[in-house]
Design a protein. Structure first.
Length: 256
């Protein structure tokens, strides 16, 4: 198998109580020339962290004793911070939101294809090489919907720029203390861009803290934007049924 260069030679710690999961992940990372430690418990994982310079941690959230969040809290106090990805069976929004709020670099929901896990791990390592420390977090839509991302950033009172890449184009949303102040998507700005954003089902996202909005065009609260956005999504239908003059083309679908 062709090596993924960002994983080659890196030390990866896999923390999961499931023997089969650990073995599958070990095979995947070793095939890419990673050095792999594994641990079935939080205690074992902490001991492994003390034993060597781990570059990447892949961890479950649930263990028989302790939690993956206990492990994340310890990792964030290390002098040299490894990247941290949750690979977990929990899909609850509150758990995923907590993971990013406490410093996880990504959150992958089980079951996921091994190739996808490898690609996401490679992406996290590449971010360091490219020198992008201001990227707070990122990932694929599916872990979070656009609506959930807005709720997460509002709850954490983040300021900065969220960029979403999709087959429809690039969308950018700017936040100030958790409030949406501006948005731009396929040449449309303001609230209308937010409504279109909620129609995206697939793509990738990144949030960069500290990036100021080029303008402030949105005054409505996130709750009002979400309500109106959901109403607009209900009006989505195919281009054959849509009125060309009163709708926006969104990759074969039209929004009124």
């Amino acid at each position: 198998m062709t090596d993924i260069s960002e994983l080659s030679g890196k030390i990866v710690l896999i923390a999961d109580g499931d023997d089969q999961v650990r073995q599958v992940l070990r095979n995947g990372f070793e095939a890419r020339n990673s050095v792999v430690y594994d641990a079935a418990t939080v205690t074992e994982a902490l001991a492994q962290l003390q034993a060597g310079d781990v570059n990447l941690v892949i961890a479950e959230t649930r263990f028989h004793a302790g939690s993956g969040f206990d492990l994340l809290a310890h990792v964030r106090n290390l002098e040299v911070l490894p990247f941290f990805i949750f690979l977990a069976g929990e899909s609850d929004f509150r758990v995923r939101a907590r993971a990013f709020a406490e410093g996880a670099d990504d959150y992958i929901i089980k079951p996921s294809p091994l190739d996808e896990i490898m690609i996401k791990s490679d992406r996290v390592m590449r971010m360091k090489r490219l020198g992008r420390p201001n990227v707070d977090f990122g990932g694929r839509l599916g872990v979070f919907s656009p609506e959930e991302l807005v709720q997460l950033l509002e709850a954490s009172r983040k300021s900065g720029e969220m960029e979403i890449q999709s087959s429809y184009g690039t969308a950018k949303v700017w936040f100030k203390d958790g409030k949406i102040v501006h948005a731009d998507f396929i040449g449309i700005e303001g609230s209308e861009a937010i409504y279109l954003l909620f129609a995206i089902g697939e793509g990738t996202f990144e949030f960069r803290s500290g990036v100021q909005a080029p303008a402030e065009t949105i005054r409505a609260s996130a709750s009002m934007l979400l309500l109106e956005g959901l109403r607009m999504i209900c009006l989505l239908y195919t281009s054959d049924a849509a009125d060309e003059e009163d709708s926006v083309d969104l990759g074969g679908r039209r929004i009124i």
